[in-house]
Design a protein around this ligand. Structure first.
Ligand SMILES: [Zn+2]
Length: 323
């Protein structure tokens, strides 16, 4: 950016008092100062009513604007949950179902959670994967994804576009989203995670697995068969386990529970027993270690082992997987 461009940006910041608007101005009109354009932009903003947090009172979400790290598209709206506005109850595979806490209304946040760039279809439920703006220091925060991952994702725009059939992506991914659009948003997020996995990015397989479980729940709640997505999930999560992606023991116990539950649901009892066996082994190791060292606590591993065993005991119940 040249010196003159910087000066224009500074003046725009003073005149518009909103970083997202400044970005929009520069994108639409370029780095030339024109009061008519400024007035026009402000009026448009008022008309569209997108003042950031001016949602309805019972809306459990608020909006922030982010920028795409792949194609620099600005003003992409990202929906975040307001504090204490939604309660959640997990299904068997630990995917939350949401309900509103008074005075907030109930929404299915899984339909909102993935932010999609309408230009290049970069998608993630984690806003830190996008470029965000820090109001305090008045600076952009870079995407947390590595430059190598971003470069690879830049090469794969066409692949992403093949995953979604829509004439107008902005309209297609606008809210409120149907279950099918929510599923499309997670398919794009899985595509991103798998690109991360090819570059051995930490937690990439785990993310792909957890996104697949979101798709499975959206599919099940829409009254359709979730089996193909559970198969994807178990495949990705088993890779996550083999690669020891999770460096946190408690999350690893949880992952083993998930693998045992998924194999049980997919009627592979041998594999379910294998993962239960790993949990059993870890628990006895922890109990042994606890005898010598009182700081070792086997409560976490026991909790996830008990939860997995409970499913095994109830495996013949007809509505076990409906939750
Ligand atoms: Zn983009």
């Amino acid at each position: 950016m040249g010196l003159d461009d910087k000066l224009v940006r500074k003046k725009l910041e003073v005149l518009l008092k909103d970083e997202a608007l400044v970005e929009k101005y520069l994108r639409v009109f370029g780095p030339r100062l024109d009061m008519n354009n400024i007035t026009k932009l402000k009026q448009d903003q008022l008309k569209s009513g997108q003042g950031g947090s001016t949602g309805e009172k019972d809306d459990p979400t608020y909006q922030i604007k982010v920028k795409c790290p792949i194609c620099s598209q600005a003003d992409i709206i990202c929906y975040e949950i307001k504090a204490k506005s939604l309660a959640s109850a997990p299904d068997r595979f630990l995917v939350p179902r949401y309900s509103g806490v008074k005075p907030f209304r109930t929404i299915n946040y899984s339909l909102f959670s993935v932010t999609v760039c309408p230009s290049c279809l970069f998608a993630s439920p984690d806003k830190k994967d996008f470029i965000t703006f820090s109001v305090q220091v008045r600076a952009e925060n870079k995407s947390q994804l590595s430059p190598f991952v971003l470069e690879e994702l830049r090469k794969r725009v066409d692949e992403r576009k093949k995953l979604v059939t829509a004439a107008d992506f902005t309209q297609y991914f606008a809210h409120p989203r149907s279950a099918d659009v929510g599923i499309s948003s997670y398919r794009l997020a899985i595509h991103r995670a798998l690109v991360e996995a090819t570059l051995e990015t930490p937690l990439a397989w785990y993310k792909a697995g957890m996104y697949s479980l979101k798709i499975a729940l959206l599919t099940r709640d829409a009254g359709r068969d979730d089996t193909p997505f559970l198969k994807d999930a178990v495949n990705y999560l088993a890779k996550s386990f083999r690669n020891s992606e999770l460096k946190n023991p408690e999350l690893e116990y949880q992952l083993l529970y998930l693998l045992a539950a998924l194999f049980l649901r997919l009627e592979d009892q041998t594999q379910c027993q294998n993962y239960l066996g790993v949990l059993e082994k870890w628990r006895s190791e922890q109990e042994k270690a606890a005898k010598d060292n009182p700081a070792v606590n086997s409560a976490h591993v026991t909790r996830w082992l008990d939860k997995a065993k409970e499913l095994w005991t109830d495996r013949e119940l007809p509505d076990l997987w409906k939750h």
